[in-house]
Design a protein around this ligand. Structure first.
Ligand SMILES: [Zn+2]
Length: 271
């Protein structure tokens, strides 16, 4: 499942590649991905020009000038691929955005994805994105104080649950959360309010460093970027490494159940 590093990388590439292009039309082989009936969706986006493309959590936000915002969520995973003019589109596409210059963006979801368009003035009423929390790579808003405040407000919550709740911090999912907790040497079931000052600092630093490192490498090797290329993150520290030695102490990594999700921990390092 793509998380903040993959989606941020994708949004940057889209911003570079498709900004300025005008949308001719949108084809939807799977119309239930859309938030509107297909004719209404097309009416909203046709003849708009792509402004900037940014990421918020696991969502791509594409400004369509003059007054529409296009929202993309790849769900459990999928491909958003750019196609040069007059090249064939993948057969398995569920949605395709065709630009006036005959370039295109195709979307394929492994399971299900969201392709929404809303008037920018109405963005606050788009329930799935309006409640997104802090961007952990934004130095202006994701400060030490803001993170401490979050841990205090959610002090009874299990750490992993707090980190995965998109309303708190947007963009961390069940892949990167594993190595974030490991790097901070804290157990996923610890209560958020129970951390020492040193552990709070370690967790704040781990969130930023783990996500930034993954973004620098272009995300996970089993996800594709806008050009179909895999990311550079080929292995995780403990995430999905059950039975392998901990990179710090050599103890075998364990898989445990934490609420509705699996967690991978070093039982020696993470307490
Ligand atoms: Zn260890």
């Amino acid at each position: 499942m793509p998380e903040l590093p993959e989606i941020t990388n994708l949004a940057r590439q889209m911003n570079h590649e498709i900004t300025g292009r005008r949308i001719a039309t949108v084809e939807a082989a799977q119309p239930k991905c859309l938030n509107l009936p297909a004719p209404d969706f097309r009416h909203l986006v046709e003849e708009t020009r792509v402004g900037s493309v940014t990421a918020r959590g696991k969502w791509v936000f594409m400004q369509l000038e003059p007054n529409v915002t296009f929202l993309l969520n790849l769900g459990m995973g999928g491909d958003a691929l750019f196609h040069a003019a007059r090249t064939p589109l993948p057969e398995n596409r569920q949605v395709a955005i065709l630009f006036e210059d005959e370039t295109a963006l195709s979307l394929h979801f492994w399971w299900f994805g969201y392709v929404h368009a809303v008037r920018t003035a109405d963005l606050a009423s788009h329930a799935m994105t309006a409640t997104l929390g802090m961007n952990p790579l934004d130095d202006q808003t994701f400060t030490r104080d803001a993170f401490e405040g979050l841990l205090e407000r959610k002090r009874r919550g299990a750490l992993k649950t707090v980190l995965l709740d998109q309303k708190n911090i947007a963009g961390i999912g069940n892949v990167y959360v594993q190595d974030i907790l490991f790097a901070a040497r804290v157990h996923p079931l610890r209560a958020a309010g129970d951390l020492s000052p040193a552990e709070r600092t370690a967790l704040y630093d781990a969130i930023r460093s783990q996500l930034r490192h993954a973004l620098d490498l272009g995300g996970l090797a089993y996800e594709k970027d806008l050009y179909g290329q895999p990311g550079g993150v080929k292995s995780l520290l403990v995430g999905y490494c059950e039975g392998k030695p901990c990179p710090v102490c050599g103890t075998l990594v364990q898989k445990i159940r934490t609420g509705g999700t699996a967690s991978f921990i070093c039982p020696n390092c993470q307490t």
